[in-house]
Design a protein around this ligand. Structure first.
Ligand code: NDP
Length: 240
């Protein structure tokens, strides 16, 4: 019996990188998964359904939410994972660059949790996992927009952990803070910097998407039934 047997899960940004591995791991654990993104992906596993969603667009998020409820009558797990970077030193960062990252990473998480959180609260509970970053804690040169969005995700998640559990229904909300992980998001980072990031970890290497996904499975599943309002670092012991 899988850790997520029979659960219905939404994974935003579920078609690439960490989200893709999360969709695959969830299905391996028996969940019915809605992997959402703007570009379609075909999955081999029949438990994984691609669903279009642009997290910045409230109508698109509502359509996704309503389709999942119509299909299954419940949502047990939400992984609010979709995220982008748009890096530049502050002096060169345009308002568009700043806003696009905030709209996707921060407002995008708000848009979907605003629907799913209250639903879980009214329907017996659930587990929400948001994806922060080491950068949200330590900051990073050239990433003020991204750092702000990720610190904001942690703050929103802690607030939701309090808000959605106030009636005594077990809606758990936790954040995973990954360290640098080898996905296409890292494609634009020069090798010299990637080597430096590896050296800043205790394990002397970057993370693999599956290693983040395994931690997400833990927080989504009943194995973590007494954990809420917390941030789990999955970063090889990174110190910046
Ligand atoms: P990828 O770039 O590999 O994948 C991003 C996913 O998000 C894609 O599926 C993409 O699909 C989707 N996405 C982007 N914009 C939107 C949108 N507006 N609406 C819906 N889906 C969207 O990223 P990673 O796997 O590397 O990152 C996943 C999460 O982990 C992000 O939140 C990121 O900030 C975080 N993270 C990553 C780290 C890393 O080192 N890789 C480190 C710390 C945190 P599409 O473009 O088709 O919409």
């Amino acid at each position: 019996m899988g850790l997520l047997e029979g659960k219905v899960a939404i994974v935003t940004g579920g078609t690439e990188g960490i989200g893709y591995e999360t969709s695959v791991r969830f299905a391996e654990e028996g969940a019915i998964v809605y992997a959402c993104a703007r570009h379609e992906k075909i999955f081999d596993n029949p438990l994984i359904n691609y669903h279009y969603c642009d997290v910045t667009d409230e109508r698109s998020v509502k359509e996704l939410y309503e389709d999942v409820i119509k299909g299954h009558g419940k949502i047990d797990c939400l992984v609010a994972n979709a995220g982008i970077t748009c890096d530049a030193l502050t002096v060169k960062m345009t308002n568009d660059m700043f806003e696009s990252v905030i709209n996707t990473n921060l407002k995008g998480v708000f848009n979907i949790v605003k629907m799913v959180g209250p639903f879980m609260e009214e329907n017996g509970g659930g587990s929400i996992v948001t994806i922060g970053s080491v950068v949200g804690e330590y900051g990073n040169i050239g990433q003020v927009n991204y750092a702000a969005s990720k610190a904001g995700i942690t703050a929103m998640s802690k607030s939701w952990a309090k808000e959605f559990s106030r009636k005594g229904v077990p809606v758990r909300v936790n954040t995973i803070a990954p360290g640098y992980t080898m996905t296409k998001m890292m494609n634009s980072v020069p090798q010299k910097l990637l080597d430096k990031f590896s050296q800043q970890t205790m394990l002397k290497r970057l993370g693999k998407p599956k290693e983040i996904a395994n931690a997400i499975v833990f927080l989504a599943s009943d194995l973590s039934s007494y954990i809420t309002g917390t941030v789990l670092s999955v970063d090889g012991g990174m110190r910046l």
